[in-house]
Design a protein around this ligand. Structure first.
Ligand code: GDP
Ligand code: MG
Length: 217
C-alpha cells in the first residue's frame, strides 16, 4: 500500500543567483538541490531553474530559484529575470578579485530591477581554494556590512554553507514578513502564500469581509 505525503507550503519565494560568470552559481544551485557537486560544467543554454522546499523555523517555504543561464557572459541579464525576486545570492569567487570588484554593479542592478526590498546574501564561493585566495574574509564582510548584505563563504564543491546561504536568506525574508516590513500581497514582492497558508487564511478572510458588509454605515 503506497503512502502519499503532501507537503503543504506556507510561502513561495522567488530567488535569484547573480554574479560574474565562472563564480560557481550553477554549481551552488546544483549542490543545494541535488546535494552533490556538478562535475560536468558544460554551460547549458536556456533557462536554468530549480525549486526546493525548505523548513525554516517550522514554516515550509518553497524556493523557486533562477540561475542566469549564461546570460551574465554577455552582460545581458534581463529585467524580466530580476522582476519580483524576494531574495538573491550574490556570488563572487574568493580566488578572483575581478569577480569581487564587479559586486557593486550587480548590486545596483538587483536593487534597481528587482523588488526594492530584495534580501541579498553575499556568497564568497570556492572557499575550498583557500591557498589561491585573493579576497580576505574580513574585507568582504566589511563590504557586506556597508551594503546591508548578509555574508557567508561557501563551497559548491564540498557543500559547506550552501544550504545555509539559502536558508539564512529565506529566514530574513520570513522575519520581515512577520514584522510587517514586507507585505506578501504587494505586487512584485516575489512572495506568494503556499497552499497551507491559504487554507488558514481563507476562513478568517471571509469572516472579515462579511463583518464589513454587515456594517451599513
Ligand atoms: P557560473 O558561471 O557562475 O554558473 O559557474 P559554474 O557553476 O559553471 O562554475 C564555474 C567553474 O568553477 C566550474 O569549473 C566549476 O567546477 C568551478 N566551481 C564552482 N564552484 C566551485 C567551488 O566551490 N570550488 C571549486 N574548487 N570549484 C568550483
Ligand atoms: Mg552558470
Amino acid at each position: 500500500m503506497g503512502t502519499h505525503v503532501f507537503l503543504l507550503t506556507d510561502f513561495l519565494f522567488k530567488f535569484l543567483v547573480i554574479g560574474n560568470a565562472g563564480t560557481g552559481k550553477s554549481c551552488l544551485l546544483h549542490q543545494f538541490i541535488e546535494k552533490e557537486f556538478k562535475e560536468d560544467s558544460n554551460h547549458t543554454i536556456g533557462v536554468e531553474f530549480g525549486s526546493k522546499i525548505i523548513n525554516v523555523g517550522g514554516k515550509h517555504v518553497k524556493l523557486q530559484i533562477w540561475d542566469t543561464a549564461g546570460q551574465e557572459r554577455f552582460r545581458s541579464v534581463t529585467r524580466s529575470y530580476y522582476r519580483g525576486a524576494a531574495g538573491a545570492l550574490l556570488v563572487y569567487d574568493i580566488t578572483s578579485r575581478e569577480t569581487y570588484n564587479a559586486l557593486t554593479n550587480w548590486l545596483t542592478d538587483a536593487r534597481m530591477l528587482a523588488s526594492q526590498n530584495i534580501v541579498i546574501i553575499l556568497c564568497g564561493n570556492k572557499k575550498d581554494l583557500d591557498a589561491d585566495r585573493e579576497v580576505t574574509f574580513l574585507e568582504a564582510s566589511r563590504f557586506a556590512q556597508e551594503n546591508e548584505l548578509m555574508f557567508l563563504e561557501t563551497s559548491a564543491l564540498t557543500g559547506e554553507n550552501v544550504e545555509e546561504a539559502f536558508v539564512q536568506c529565506a529566514r530574513k525574508i520570513l522575519n520581515k514578513i512577520e514584522s510587517g516590513e514586507l507585505d506578501p500581497e504587494r505586487m512584485g514582492s516575489g512572495i506568494q502564500y503556499g497552499d497551507a497558508a491559504l487554507r488558514h487564511l481563507r476562513s478568517p478572510r471571509r469572516a472579515q469581509a462579511q463583518s464589513v458588509q454587515e456594517c451599513g454605515c
